[in-house]
Write a protein that binds this ligand. Structure first.
Ligand SMILES: [Fe+2]
Ligand SMILES: [Fe+2]
Length: 265
């Protein structure tokens, strides 16, 4: 089974970039499952039904989120309703939406249909997790195992590389892939860990590189130089699509990891 995972889609430039690059990525990687992080898809902050629909129209099967999950108050009801849009599982249970989903995937390799679980987790360091992502992963993996889900993908939304690397090792051999998101900057440590989990600290973003993490660089520099409030806007220049392709065997473990860094036009 082939997984294509795409990092944080930032605003309309990110959505347009994704739409323009996805046909070539699909051609090159022949994914059976596409997971896209959409936490910045609505003007850089959060997600709406409209931006989610655009991402699904690009071929996404599941959309994951992060610390901006609830920025669009009008979309809380959508998060409750959407079966394949997930927010961090270790947020408060009463929060809108859900933290994992299960879908049936029939890989093109003829290996037959399989149940695949996708889990979204958020880190505790520098972010607002309600519970430990380690304990939450144990809890959900236990539930998924009982219901016969043998292939699991994790989007770990984390601020610091130490926590991301630690959760990668913690889940090595237990899930097919742990893909880091949130920093919007890709790391160079993508690989298959020794027990068979595809891992990268951060896949990076789908958005404008001519920016600071998607925001107009002049505004971020002004904010950092002066400590005065500055209104942030998403910029448009030099959009790249960043992610990873992971091949997964019949045991639900990764056999290859390929980093994706693709300029959009
Ligand atoms: Fe993000
Ligand atoms: Fe984030």
């Amino acid at each position: 089974m082939k997984l294509l995972f795409i990092g944080d889609v930032v605003g309309s430039p990110g959505r347009k970039g994704l739409a323009s690059v996805m046909p070539a990525l699909r051609e090159k990687h022949s994914p059976d499952l596409i997971v896209v992080n959409g936490e910045n898809s609505a003007g850089g902050l959060g997600i709406t039904e409209k931006t989610a629909t655009e991402i699904f129209a690009c071929g996404a099967d599941v959309i994951t989120l992060g610390n901006h999950s609830f920025r669009q108050r009008d979309s809380w009801e959508y998060l409750d309703r959407a079966e394949r849009v997930i927010r961090p599982a270790n947020y408060r249970r009463a929060n809108p939406g859900k933290g994992h989903c299960v879908l049936e995937v029939t890989p093109a390799d003829g290996s037959g249909p399989r149940q695949v679980g996708v889990i979204n987790l958020i880190g505790m360091i520098g972010l607002d997790a309600a519970r430990s992502p380690f304990d939450e992963a144990d809890l959900i993996l236990g539930q998924l195992e009982k219901s016969g889900v043998g292939t699991v993908i994790v989007d770990f939304h984390g601020e610091v590389t130490s926590e991301k690397v630690a959760i990668g090792w913690y889940l090595d051999g237990r899930v097919a892939a742990v893909l880091g998101t949130h920093t919007h900057v890709p790391t160079a440590d993508g690989r298959v860990l020794p027990k068979g989990t595809g891992f990268i600290s951060d896949v990076g973003m789908t958005g404008p590189r001519d920016s600071v993490l998607g925001v107009k660089k002049e505004q971020v520099i002004e904010k950092m130089r002066t400590n005065l409030p500055v209104r942030f806007e998403t910029t448009t220049g030099d959009v790249w699509v960043m992610g990873a392709a992971v091949e997964i065997d019949e045991n639900g473990l990764a056999t290859s990891f390929t980093q994706i860094l693709e300029p959009a036009g």
